[in-house]
Design a binder for this molecule. Structure first.
Ligand SMILES: [Cu+2]
Length: 169
């Protein structure tokens, strides 16, 4: 029955559409990967090509005897100036949630380490699940306001497929 096969394909597609946004999971980035937070690692290279989003987190792993983590402003980052730094994080295994979009600057507060390149700047992008980034196919729901949510759209599609399936079988 070609009709039923098409419906099955449609149903799978709709379910996939409903599930995919929820699968845009938070990512945990171990800074420096296996090298950790240390001297002799180029954190500009490490960060290149990575996409950091709100909801993700950074994990700094290091020997707390030798390193720590300070969060600073952009100008302080350039100058390795820790006078107004936030922190330090000093556990040796520090998870830092990225809770807002924008730039973030970190460096190690031990003497000379920032100057030697133990510093990291990243740009945090908005979450993929932010309402502004969601499609709003308003034409599919006549009479509704033009502010339907993704959840409403997904519910509508699931109901639509259920109704179609009932009629076609
Ligand atoms: Cu250090």
């Amino acid at each position: 029955m070609a009709c039923r096969q098409m419906l099955a394909v449609l149903a799978v597609a709709v379910v996939a559409m409903a599930i995919l946004p929820a699968m845009a999971r938070a990512t945990e980035y171990v800074v420096g990967d296996d090298m950790g937070w240390n001297l002799g690692v180029n954190y500009t290279d490490w960060a290149r090509g990575k996409v950091f989003r709100v909801g993700d987190s950074l994990v700094f792993r290091y020997d707390p005897e030798n390193h720590n983590v300070l969060r600073v402003s952009g100008p302080d980052f350039q100058a390795c100036n820790k006078v107004s730094a936030q922190g330090p994080l000093a556990s040796g295994d520090d998870a830092v949630p990225l809770s807002s979009p924008g730039k973030r600057w970190y460096f190690c507060g031990k003497a000379g380490h920032c100057e030697s390149g133990q510093k990291l700047v990243i740009t945090v992008l908005p979450s993929l699940q932010a309402p502004a980034a969601s499609p709003t196919p308003t034409a599919l729901v006549p009479g509704s306001s033009n502010k339907i949510t993704v959840a409403e759209y997904q519910s509508f599609m699931v109901v639509l497929v259920a109704v179609l399936t009932t009629f076609m079988t």
